[in-house]
Design a protein around this ligand. Structure first.
Ligand SMILES: [Zn+2]
Length: 469
């Protein structure tokens, strides 16, 4: 909204200037031709200025001012004459005070709508009493900026689907998916930027997922921005087991299969919204359960085991389970999953083995680990006496890949695939002795196919960050 003020219009201004200059030129030509000079009132601004200066140079300011106030009094304008005289002798700060009083416009207030007020109420994490106090302080200054608390309670009510679609028991709260999507679509259509007149058949792409959470001390942590756009489908107290995960996902999948398009009446116009849902807001663990992969060390797409990971020719030619593409790449978790091998590589660089078995190697690993951790704490990698380090080119490539995956824009799948495979080759050439973790393998070997699978949306937009918050 502020942008309007920020946008100056230089082309327009310069055109005005140009125009004025042309006038001046024109006038000078006319004068040269010896036309009779105009009266003061009929003169242009610049001519007036010239005439004023002539008078000032000849008579001086005091003479002119005295003539001015005398002239005012002669016309009966005694007040104005007095003001001019008093104003002349005031100190500068007093002058600006008077100027501000005379010229400042009364503040033009636009009251907040109830939805805007609700947004502020949530942003400021206010209580009902705080909101009402703030509102009444403003009212004592005749400032009716905020609607009543009752109005924002109404606005909040509008954010919820009808009671009938929510089921609450002692251990769980659950909402019917159809109702949730109908309500969400109807709310989205109300946003001015979303609805374009005449578009009566729309698609809504939603991502969904599930996760277990145990840290109950996290209760009441501030909600990150992402979370605002997240709608809970089911909250349940229960032990997170593979069976439970499968049960929950199957139940929601069944609801997805039975979904009807949402039919919305928007200002008398009928709009139909079809739904597509992506099960990508999950971490590797859930993907492992859903793809029935035996271990987290095994690839959920091609089933490659740790000992096969560094044989790129072999893993590249393994048959893939394309159904698993639907679970995406867990973009958010990739950051930590890519960090882990870098750390472990660095611990094991001294003896170049997958794991430390001899006492000597265990010692080497222990010391290197302490060293890396100390450096991490101290100065994130600014080492002066560098021992062996993880290849810098590999680090750079990991970083580029993670950035590209999370950027939320369309990715050229072919180029991504080539870059990722080159990176896998670099990894294997440098660190044959350290098996590539399954999550890194998944991105480097299957990333291209997963990106193609979701051609309708960029990978970064399917990430699981909202679920995590
Ligand atoms: Zn694989």
């Amino acid at each position: 909204m502020n942008q309007k003020n920020d946008i100056q219009s230089p082309p327009f201004l310069s055109r005005v200037n140009l125009h004025a200059n042309l006038n001046l030129l024109h006038r000078k030509r006319e004068e040269k031709r010896g036309r009779p000079s105009k009266t003061y009132e009929d003169s242009s601004v610049s001519t007036k200025k010239r005439k004023n200066k002539d008078l000032l140079d000849t008579c001086g300011l005091d003479f002119i001012l005295n003539s001015y106030t005398q002239g005012l009094r002669a016309r009966g304008e005694r007040e104005e004459a007095l003001i001019v005289e008093v104003l002349r002798t005031l100190p500068p700060e007093k002058k600006s005070e008077i100027r501000n009083t005379l010229l400042s416009e009364p503040a033009h207030l636009t009251a907040y709508t109830k939805n805007e007020a609700l947004g502020i109420f949530i942003d400021l994490n206010q209580s009902k009493a705080q909101y009402e106090n703030m509102r009444s302080y403003l009212i004592t200054k005749n400032c009716l900026l905020f609607p009543s608390y009752k109005s924002i309670r109404e606005a909040k009510r509008m954010c919820y689907p009808p009671d009938s679609s929510i089921e609450i028991t002692n251990i769980k709260a659950k909402i019917k998916l159809q109702d949730l999507l109908d309500h969400t679509s109807a709310r989205l259509i109300k946003i001015d930027d979303v609805y374009k007149q005449g578009l009566n058949h729309l698609n809504l792409y939603s991502k969904w997922g599930c996760d277990g959470s145990s840290g109950q001390s996290e209760y009441k942590q501030p909600l990150p921005e992402e979370m605002r756009f997240c709608r809970p489908i089911l909250i349940e107290f229960s032990k997170e087991t593979p069976e439970k995960t499968t049960l929950v996902v199957n139940d929601i999948n069944a609801q997805i299969l039975a979904l009807n398009p949402s039919l919305i009446n928007h200002n008398g116009e009928g709009i139909e919204i079809k739904h597509t849902l992506f099960l990508t807001m999950i971490d590797g663990k859930v993907a492992q359960v859903l793809s029935e992969t035996s271990s987290s060390a095994v690839c959920t797409i091609c089933g490659a085991k740790p000992t096969e990971m560094n044989n790129l020719e072999k893993v590249r030619n393994k048959p893939v389970d394309e159904v698993s593409y639907q679970y995406g790449l867990s973009t958010l978790h990739c950051w930590i999953r890519f960090m882990e091998p870098i750390l472990h590589l660095s611990y094991n660089l001294g003896f170049e083995k997958w794991s430390a078995t001899t006492t000597e190697n265990k010692d080497l690993k222990k010391h290197k680990k302490a060293y890396v951790q100390r450096n991490f704490r101290e100065e994130l990698g600014l080492n002066i006496d560098k021992p062996k380090q993880v290849d810098e080119e590999l680090l750079k490539r990991f970083y580029v890949i993670l950035q590209v995956m999370s950027c939320g824009r369309g990715i050229d799948a072919t180029k991504f695939g080539q870059y990722a495979f080159d990176t896998a080759q670099l990894y294997v050439n440098k660190y044959k002795w350290f098996y590539m973790p399954s999550s890194v393998h998944k991105v480097l070997i299957h990333g291209e196919s997963v990106i193609r699978h979701f051609s309708v949306l960029p990978l970064g937009q399917l990430s699981e960050d909202a679920q995590e918050s």
